[in-house]
Design a protein around this ligand. Sequence first.
Ligand SMILES: Cc1cc2nc3c(=O)[nH]c(=O)nc-3n(C[C@H](O)[C@H](O)[C@H](O)COP(=O)(O)OP(=O)(O)OC[C@H]3O[C@@H](n4cnc5c(N)ncnc54)[C@H](O)[C@@H]3O)c2cc1C
Length: 441
Amino acid sequence: MSFPEDARRTETDVLIIGGGVAGMMAAVGCRRSGVSPVLMTKASFPSGSSSMARGGYSAAMGHSNPADKPEFLFEDSVQASYDLCNRRLMRLMSHEAIERTHELDAWGLGLVRMENGLYHQKPSASHRYDRLLHCGKLMGKPLMQSLHKKMKAWEIASAAHVMFVDLMKEGDRVVGAWGFAYRDGAPVVVHARSTIIATGGAPQLHEVNDSPPYISGDGYAIALRAGADLIDMEFIDYQLMVAAPERIRGYPPHSSGFINAGAYLYNKDMERFMRRYDPERCERSTRAMVNRAVGTEIYEGRGTENHGVYLDTCHVFDVVNDGATADIVRVLKNCGVDLSKEPFEVASGPHTYLGGIRIDEWGRTTVEGLYSGGEASGGVHGANRTGGAALADSYVFGLRSGMGAACEAKGRERPDPEGGGWREGLERLEERANRAGGTHA
Ligand SMILES: Cc1cc2nc3c(=O)[nH]c(=O)nc-3n(C[C@H](O)[C@H](O)[C@H](O)COP(=O)(O)OP(=O)(O)OC[C@H]3O[C@@H](n4cnc5c(N)ncnc54)[C@H](O)[C@@H]3O)c2cc1C
């Protein structure tokens, strides 16, 4: 195997790797700091778990209850995290999610409002007040469309179908990244004063998961190889996803939507087992507790033959047949499962990686020139997150990483376009591909 001779080479102040919400918010942060970044993504643009976001996100707007305030959201999040979150970052997120909400809605997100003009906020896991802002339907599409429109209006330079393989370094400093154009295999080399990793989580490491197939933890490996610290990699936010029928195994049923609607969980003996694990809150316990309970039931032999448990919504069918849960009702019906008459089988699968690249409040990693935001970064949420906190994280720290990267790029020297070790990296990859029996391109 050999790669085409001509690499596509670019120089920029800031390279953003990833075209989800965090990557686009990083581009907003760059623009706001007077720098035009280059954004590249492995899949289409926009893309990522962001495009599949379902229920919405949480912010302490105080619209469902005027008593609410960001400090209460902070307290709820610390408690939900088993006191393991990064308090400094969590406090920033709890406060700044409000400003991001006004901004995103002004750009066309289309959040649902009440008659009095205030936002409609729904209940969500581990929140003392109703805080979930929503679009009345799945959030992913309007979110990506409104941000993408902004990217176009600002003429943010972008390229899709580019998979980055490694960062480039000069001494201890990251000076960009190299990879491939998916379509023709041409090497892509981008030298940058600052580089932001916004590549999302690593759900594809697990058999059952609800995320796009290309979200495979690349950013964690790339950052680790460049010497960056990872944090909390053992903390994964599990969610209930479809266990059967087989052909939609892993389909994300928006389980928090079902649970908030009043769904019940049963084991194979039709015991409502959450009463044993959390007698007070039952299915409305923390996400971590519900998923641990489901795992325990299956592990101890009380699961279904498809290695799941039953989620029953018959008694609240009218509620789930409306809004963001209606599409799974339809999908299951097409697969022969009628939720008005029978339960469906769910299992726990990874939904959000809570660990990731260690960052500070400006998305700085532990390596000079390298930044991160969104699900690729870690430590914000500790061992468990509240409902709707992943998107809020991507808005706040996506933007902040862009601002940090842009401001600091101005003081950095231009990287040497021949430096960074990309030729050696390509050669190493070529050798490995040949050893593995690769064919001539
Ligand atoms: C089904 C589903 C529903 C969800 N619903 C909600 C919800 O309602 N509320 C909530 O708060 N959270 C929700 N989440 C979680 C939330 O959507 C994510 O945590 C968040 O969108 C992550 O955004 P991101 O930009 O960091 O990553 P992503 O949106 O995953 O984007 C990652 C980007 O990186 C690119 N990329 C990856 N590897 C490479 C590489 N090697 N080279 C170049 N580019 C690369 C990808 O192409 C993609 O563009 C949901 C997640 C899923 C899967």
